[in-house]
Design a protein around this ligand. Structure first.
Ligand code: GLC
Length: 561
């Protein structure tokens, strides 16, 4: 028996952006990493024309919105998270005309478009920073960044002890226009990414104007990069010790999650609300707790924040349940939806993260994790390729790697290229339809085994991961209540098993008679249970249940009651 025990009864209706109020509350948002999604011009690098041509694939997959990682003019020191011009497209990705075409075509299909905004830092090639360097000490443009004189006799030591997320000091010394050693500037990430000084009104004005530029282009919202980093503690105080990276996301830090950031998001919310159609802000916020994250989502601030606590939770029923409850409990007081995310362009793909014993086990768990995530109330994020069950590529040769953190000792794990390998679409020869020509280039090499994982190879195979995602997303669209509400009702279940009921209803939404149940067996053994209902969808082949059912190891099942 295949995994598909009941086909959805209706197709996916096209909804025009803005038609459904608060569409983001239960939206499934697909992350496109433009360099690695689809290459329209055959140069080996993904681009906006590639994205545009594949929008029908995303529509048919059943997602609601697309988040595009940065495509702005950039020297690519950090794969586009170093922006030289926030209102221009990097030639490698296309033109503003191509961006306009993506937005228009997406809207015509009923898909929304969220763009990545990088406000914590820019590129060292940004006009303001270049002019600040060229004008030398005393330049008013230096006040838009964090320039400081160094410590030590001759200013040869960094102004404080902060460490860069990518490793090494968070400060780089400049040369004065006359060639002598000059002041230092702060960069929480790579030296090519100077941090803005958000106390400066010109920085604040500029970003409100950039928001308007992209809202006028028709985008439906922003994913806000390093949303927790914009404001630094007054006086830039020392941390007092090394090893600061280990504290990210679990302890208060003088450069992250300062209370002052909220005033910025309040002012941005006013801009978003000037526009029709529920334009949203999604925070990438690393904070010490779900409660601190919820502060970004107060009604006059942003709409959603990534749930990194959930992303970091292992394949363990008790830990997952705790993470789910903690998030729902924290978001309830601010009436924001929880979000669920398993992978993105910065972390090891979950099919590999969950593989304690074998790749096969990792994929089984990844498929089950997808059904769990898509059954939870709130909004879910799908990182490109997870719908194909792609594993992390762990054997990239050093000479092809581009992630700046790879080149720094003690930096972020340095493994971020392995989740950024271009997608396989079709055919038996690399780049597997990523670019237009068989045998053509791709900026990172794809494993030979990916021929079997291509969209073409998986389409129509009822046991494939792609068809599992398609079925799950179709059921979710058919039953909007699946993502609605702010609670799950946990049912008694044996150790290592999650069982929960969803009874939320959406006003005016599709009729949903009876309840929906999800069971997840996170153990390596099958577990017998009284059959909770009629199976709708399962992550593994399931024997037809009688009064009892057997939940296979590492599996999830959706049930109708
Ligand atoms: C975010 C991005 C990451 C980038 C960093 C600096 O964490 O997701 O890819 O390197 O910000 O912009």
């Amino acid at each position: 028996m295949t995994q598909h025990l009941a086909a959805p009864t209706s197709g996916t209706e096209s909804v025009n952006p803005g038609e459904r109020p608060e569409w983001w509350r239960e939206a499934v948002i697909y992350q496109v990493y433009p360099r690695s999604f689809a290459d329209g011009n055959g140069d080996g690098m993904g681009d906006l024309e590639g994205v545009r041509r594949r929008l029908p694939y995303l529509k048919a997959l059943g997602v609601d919105a697309v988040w595009l990682s940065p495509f702005y003019a950039s020297p690519q020191a950090d794969a586009g998270y170093d922006v030289a011009d926030y209102r221009a497209i990097d030639p490698m990705f296309g033109t503003l005309h191509d961006a306009d075409a993506v937005i228009r075509d997406a809207h015509a299909l009923g898909l929304r478009i969220i763009v990545d905004l990088v406000p914590n830092h820019c590129s060292d090639q940004h006009d303001w920073f270049q002019r600040a360097l060229a004008e030398g000490p005393g330049s008013p443009l230096r006040e838009r960044f964090h320039f400081r004189t160094g410590q030590g006799h001759a200013g040869e030591l960094p102004p404080n002890d902060w460490e860069s997320i990518f490793g090494g000091p968070a400060w780089t010394r400049t040369k004065n226009p006359d060639g002598t050693h000059g002041d230092w500037y702060l960069h929480l990430f790579a030296p090519e990414q100077p941090d803005f000084n958000w106390e400066h009104p010109a920085v604040q004005d500029e970003f409100r104007s950039i928001l308007r530029f992209w809202l006028d282009m028709g985008t439906d919202g922003f994913r806000i990069d390093v949303a927790h980093g914009l404001v630094k503690a007054a006086g830039l105080p020392d941390m007092g010790h090394a090893g600061q990276l280990r504290l990210l996301g679990n302890q208060a830090l003088p450069f992250f999650d300062q209370d002052g950031v909220h005033e910025i998001y309040r002012s941005w919310r006013k801009v978003l609300d000037e526009y029709a159609g529920d334009r949203i802000g999604v925070a990438e916020a690393w904070t010490p707790s779900a409660e601190r994250t919820a502060l970004y989502l107060r009604p006059d601030e942003l709409h959603q924040a990534f749930n990194f606590h959930y992303l970091g939770t292992g394949w363990n029923a008790a830990a997952l349940r705790e993470a789910i409850d903690a998030s729902l409990d924290a978001m309830r007081p601010v009436a924001a939806p929880s979000t669920w995310v398993l992978s993105n362009h910065d972390v090891v793909r979950h099919a590999t993260r969950f593989a304690d014993e074998s790749a096969e086990q990792g994929l089984r768990r990844a498929r089950a994790a997808a059904l769990l995530m898509l059954a939870l109330p709130g909004s879910a994020y799908v990182y490109q390729g997870e719908e194909l069950g792609l594993p992390e590529v762990t054997d990239l040769p050093d000479e092809v790697r581009q992630d700046p953190s790879f080149f720094k000792e003690n930096g972020q794990d340095g493994l971020r290229d392995g989740c950024r390998v271009p997608l396989p679409w079709s055919g038996t020869e690399a780049p597997y339809g990523f670019g237009p020509a068989a045998g053509g280039p791709s900026w990172l090499p794809q494993p030979a085994s990916w021929a079997e994982l291509s969209v073409e190879a998986q389409t129509g195979d009822p046991d494939s991961t792609l068809e599992l995602y398609r079925s799950a997303l179709a059921l979710r669209r058919e039953h909007p209540a699946l993502g609605a509400g702010d609670a799950v009702e946990w049912l008694d279940a044996p150790e290592g098993v999650l069982a929960f009921r969803r009874t939320a209803r959406v006003d005016g939404g599709a009729a949903w008679h009876g309840d929906f149940l999800c069971t997840v067996n996170t153990t390596s053994e099958p577990v017998r249970l009284p059959a909770p209902g009629r199976p709708l969808l399962a992550s593994v082949p399931l024997a037809a249940p009688g009064d009892e059912t057997e939940l296979p190891a590492d599996s999830a099942v959706w049930w109708a009651t």
